[in-house]
Write a protein that binds this ligand. Sequence first.
Ligand code: NAP
Length: 240
Amino acid sequence: MGKVVVSCGMAPSALGSVPSSSPSSGSGSKGGLPPCAPLLGGRVAISGGLGALGLLIAQWLVQQGVQHILLLGRSARTSYAASQQLRQVWQGPAQATMAACDAGCAEDMAAVLAPASRSVHLPPLSAVLHAGGVLADATLRNQSLAGLRKVMGAKVAGLPHLLGAAQLQPGAHHVLFSSVASLLGSPGQANYSAANAALDAAASAWEQAGTPAQSIQWGPWKTGGVSAKQMSPENRWGIC
Ligand SMILES: NC(=O)c1ccc[n+]([C@@H]2O[C@H](COP(=O)([O-])OP(=O)(O)OC[C@H]3O[C@@H](n4cnc5c(N)ncnc54)[C@H](OP(=O)(O)O)[C@@H]3O)[C@@H](O)[C@H]2O)c1
């Protein structure tokens, strides 16, 4: 099977205006500004921040100069490998904190995404990356309501809370971690495809309503995470 690579330059307007105080250099910078310049000076919260992609993105943000990162997960516990990655984040000047937060729980989300005025020492949120996700793969005939609730609970249930945070902190950018399964479908992942399609639709609706939002349909990452937790190829094709 071939591969289609679509390259899309980041539209500056999609991330709001670039602060004049942004550093003039950074790794991966274009035209002197790092790609996440609009996020500098603010706090970036990552739901699913202790997962495979969340930690990678946190490392990348720190390399780009983001100083305040909030890593969210239901358990706020890390594996040994994750703690090694976290050490790299903590070795730099950035302040990275972890908090137990279920993205689908209104109270949890309100507490961690509260405007900075309530958290004296923290800058305002400049972005929320929603990377929380779980799988409940099953062939179509074995799909269940419980599986659907599990997958939707991690990805979709928190969307109103994210939107609420956006309304309290205008300008904060929202990036939803969707999957190419939303676009192409994926055997055994009807629930997951539907959940990701909901993220895509939400980002599109928010953007049209003036809330800066993007949904990224990631392909499988080599580093593992959910792509390593999918059901076996035999199961995926309904062979067993
Ligand atoms: N890895 C890939 O190849 C790939 C490809 C396409 C899309 N994606 C998407 O990218 C996102 C991150 O994937 P990943 O590979 O990093 O997965 P991962 O390693 O399994 O991490 C997912 C994280 O989400 C957290 N989580 C689950 N439910 C949550 C909830 N209700 N509230 C808050 N956090 C929750 C989990 O922590 P707790 O269990 O502690 O809550 C876990 O740390 C997912 O949304 C996934 O669908 C990944």
